[in-house]
Design a protein around this ligand. Structure first.
Ligand code: SF4
Length: 255
């Protein structure tokens, strides 16, 4: 469903960040080794061990991430561990990308696709009522008079924006739909409703912070489309919502 090439950007940066961490450890170890006293020896062993553990973590994590990219069916535990590796390296990856002049949007897109794949391949399924489709308010037509943030059922389904199609999916598949007027509201909605999995629609910036914040439950992020510029009459491809739900719902719920 997604482009492996883009996911490799994040993976390559994870590898780069891991090597930089390890090099820093080795450099400190080398400096300390110039003055050989007992305490320094302990420090040296500690740092060397940390560098080795870090490298093993990078290589092990990379191994499972590559298996994920190759679409091997991994046990949920391995997927969750791989997700932790991705989250552990993500701050360093974004810094490294900035230094290398790679745009944040490109790396964020790669990160979201990788996390999506990890979550969609975890083989964990949920009841429809335990999944939440969370979408931004900017999907609603700007001049629509109906207030859908308090209750999305207020939409009159005129078909002028994606909300009517999303409601149709929500009713067909029995998965609740919520419209958030911002990041804070989105977090509050998740806190209040306590879904076990989320299909979140947003721009790359909001998805990035949302996916990072909600790391206790699986999230599949779907980027909205912005033909009229950011935060104004945006749209979303409904087939991507259905594809994301296919990953979370048990096979019988997908029939
Ligand atoms: S589909 Fe619903 S939310 Fe969109 S413009 Fe029509 S009534 Fe308003």
């Amino acid at each position: 469903m997604e482009n492996n090439g883009k996911k490799r950007i994040f993976l390559s940066l994870v590898l780069g960040a891991g090597f930089i961490y390890a090099l820093v450890f080795l450099l400190i170890w080398y400096i300390i080794s110039l003055n050989s006293q007992t305490l320094n020896k302990i420090l040296m062993i500690g740092l060397l061990s940390a560098a080795i553990i870090l490298m093993l973590l990078v290589l092990g994590g990379m191994f499972f991430l590559v298996l994920t990219l190759l679409r091997f069916d991994l046990p949920p535990k391995i997927s969750r561990m791989s997700r932790k590796v991705v989250d552990f390296f993500s701050p360093a990856v974004f810094h490294l990308a900035k230094v290398m002049g790679i745009s944040e949007e490109v790396v964020a897109d790669s990160y979201i696709k990788l996390v999506n794949q990890l979550n969609s391949q975890s083989n964990e399924h949920y009841q429809p009522e335990d999944v939440l489709i969370l979408v931004p308010h900017c999907l609603q037509k700007n001049d629509c008079p109906y207030k859908i943030t308090t209750d999305v059922e207020n939409c009159h389904r005129c078909g002028r924006c994606s909300i009517s199609g999303l409601l149709e999916i929500s009713h067909e598949r029995g998965v609740p739909l919520a419209v958030a007027s911002g990041g804070t509201f989105a977090r509050k909605t998740i806190k209040d409703r306590k879904p076990k999995a989320v299909v979140a629609v947003a721009c790359y910036r909001d998805l990035l912070s949302g996916v990072r914040d909600i790391n206790q439950i699986p999230v599949i992020g779907v980027l909205n489309e912005r033909p009229n510029g950011p935060c104004f009459n945006t749209t979303v491809q409904l087939c991507k919502i259905n594809q994301a739900l296919d990953c979370f719902l048990a096979p019988e719920e997908n029939d």
